[in-house]
Write a protein that binds this ligand. Structure first.
Ligand SMILES: [Zn+2]
Length: 285
């Protein structure tokens, strides 16, 4: 779906008052936080506090987008053999896909090197590869077939079908820039908690849509929501999650604060950075 048809589609839905329910909890009540293009708005769910773009897209529209348009864009961005060799030789150092910051967070969370980790939404495998190199035992999932094939064939990533993954298996359910794209945030969190062992950690990185960041970089904040990001997270949403969690934003992540979290209650760090970290501990039951 191109931007023009997205706007036309949004205008039609707006006239018909469709696509106004929260995509995560289904609540019909929400309030406008920001507007764009006359026919689209960023809304705050009155129940779960999620920030979502309205009119929303249906699961079918979402699926079509990720299997066609978004996939095409990414496919053309797959590195050539020569580019990949250079990235591997450099260990992705200094590259936009350099996972050093994420590895530091995992270390601060005291994830042992032999931990079993699921990289949910692994794209072409750059992250799974770096997580494996750091010593973790990594499985991965990816919705796009060409990207999944690239990860498996070129980087040896153990890409698995989501439906075949056993429950209560992983020490870490990891995702980087995935949760803002999925049809339902709640379903993704429930999935992560189902696949985790008791006391396992869901670790998600995502763009930060907090008011503190809005105050610091209003134009970037405004540009961030739209068709490609059907929802965005901030501390008001995270604070309402019924799980022990720690969250904060970059510039850089407060690793000492992450280290001091004992896995109980909620702990919030600075919220004005560009990227947001969410960690949820699965309670033993
Ligand atoms: Zn909601």
């Amino acid at each position: 779906m191109r931007s023009w048809s997205y706007l036309t589609n949004s205008a039609v839905k707006q006239c018909l008052r469709r696509g106004q329910h929260c995509p995560s909890c289904g609540c019909a009540k929400s309030s406008v936080v920001d507007r764009k293009w006359l026919v689209t708005a960023l809304r705050r769910c009155a129940d779960c506090s999620l920030l979502f773009r309205a009119p929303t897209t249906t699961k079918e529209e979402n699926q079509s987008f990720y299997q066609q348009d978004y996939q095409e864009g990414f496919t053309t961005q797959l590195p050539s053999d020569r580019e990949l060799a250079a990235l591997l030789q450099a260990g992705f150092a200094g590259h936009e896909r350099d996972y050093t910051v994420y590895l530091d967070v995992l270390q601060a969370l005291a994830i042992p090197p032999a931990a079993r980790l699921l990289d949910f939404g692994c794209s072409w495998g750059y992250g799974s590869h770096q997580l494996s190199q750091a010593g973790y035992t990594v499985d991965a999932c990816e919705i796009s077939r060409p990207r999944a094939d690239f990860a498996r064939d070129k980087l040896g990533v153990n890409v698995r079908e989501l439906a075949t993954l056993p429950d209560r298996t992983y020490d870490v359910f990891f995702s980087a820039h995935v949760i803002e794209h999925v049809p339902s945030v709640r379903e993704m969190i429930d999935l992560g908690l189902r696949l985790l062992r008791p006391n396992g950690l869901l670790v998600a990185f995502t763009p930060n849509q907090s008011e503190a960041r809005r105050a610091r970089v209003p134009q970037l904040w405004h540009r961030q929501w739209g068709f490609v990001h059907p929802q965005l997270l901030d501390e008001r949403f995270l604070d309402r999650l019924p799980h022990p969690s720690v969250f904060g934003s970059t510039s850089p992540y407060a690793l000492d604060q992450i280290r001091s979290w004992k896995g109980v209650g909620k702990q919030m760090g600075a919220m004005d950075g560009d990227e947001l970290l969410l960690v949820i501990r699965k309670e033993a039951s």
